[in-house]
Design a protein around this ligand. Structure first.
Ligand SMILES: Nc1ncnc2c1ncn2[C@@H]1O[C@H](COP(=O)(O)OP(=O)(O)OP(=O)(O)O)[C@@H](O)[C@H]1O
Length: 235
């Protein structure tokens, strides 16, 4: 579903990500972990087509983001780490807007909005303006917008930040549901306990370089993911 092939990205001549290669398959919940400034957001933005890059390629469902970004974007959803969205719209207007962009048929859209809004307990607030939402409510809304068009690839940057325990549980359930239906998820997180339980695969990035990747059980061995991570980034 996603192939990152020898990807490198520099800012002002300094490499933020250096020669990263990784494959995320259909059905994978792939966790991307690394310390602050390691290159996670840079990688996610490049996959989503927001950020140009000089070296390597990124292939979404067989298509290069460099060659046909629009087709790639139709197949995925990207949720950044800060849910800054149109404050003057109501939640429902925002979801309808996203539904229009991704051409989700109206009836299907209504059913899905109802389901996800109930799952995240945000249905009553959908008629209020986004400007009045808390950080967590905005996060729930953008997550619903990502699930709305059933993307084949879901990219999430720190999706659990700001969510209460109930909403975190709902998100984990929806992520599993989505991948059991054949989609793939690639997400960054600092919450290693969540990554350890939720992800079938884990990649560790340090100073822009991929230092470990594979099945969670193999990466972890008989230690906790936290212990393995701390050892890896120390070395
Ligand atoms: N717009 C930019 N201009 C210059 N340097 C940048 C820019 N964005 C990121 N960087 C640098 O690139 C490197 C990787 O940053 P990135 O945001 O990808 O890290 P991250 O792993 O997502 O970190 P965090 O966990 O803190 O969110 C850092 O050294 C950062 O300072």
């Amino acid at each position: 579903m996603l192939q990152i092939v020898h990807f490198s990205k520099s800012y002002e001549g300094k490499k933020a990500v250096d020669n990263l290669s990784l494959e995320v398959k259909s059905g994978d919940i792939y966790g991307f972990i690394g310390h602050n400034g390691a290159g996670k957001t840079t990688t996610l933005k490049a996959i989503s087509g927001i950020l140009d890059f000089e070296e390597g390629d990124i292939i979404i469902d067989g298509i290069s983001i460099k060659k046909d970004a629009l087709t790639c974007k139709k197949k995925m959803a990207y949720i950044p780490d800060n849910p800054d969205i149109y404050e003057h719209l109501t939640g429902m207007e925002f979801l309808r807007f996203i539904g229009d962009i991704y051409e989700v048929p109206k009836e299907e859209r209504a059913i899905r909005i109802e389901k996800y809004a109930d799952d995240f307990e945000i249905r009553a607030a959908l008629m209020d303006s986004i400007g009045s939402y808390s950080h967590g409510m905005k996060q729930k809304l953008v997550l619903i917008s990502a699930f709305l068009h059933k993307p084949k690839l879901l990219l999430l940057d720190e999706p659990f930040v700001g969510l209460d325990p109930q909403a975190s549980h709902t998100l984990k359930t929806l992520m599993k549901e989505m991948c059991s239906e054949g989609s793939a998820i690639f997400f960054s997180t600092h919450v290693l306990e969540v990554a350890e339980k939720l992800c079938n695969k884990i990649a560790v990035i340090k100073g822009g370089k991929l230092i470990e990747s594979g099945e969670t059980d193999e990466v972890r061995g008989n230690q906790s993911l936290e212990d393995v991570f701390l050892e890896l980034v120390k070395e």
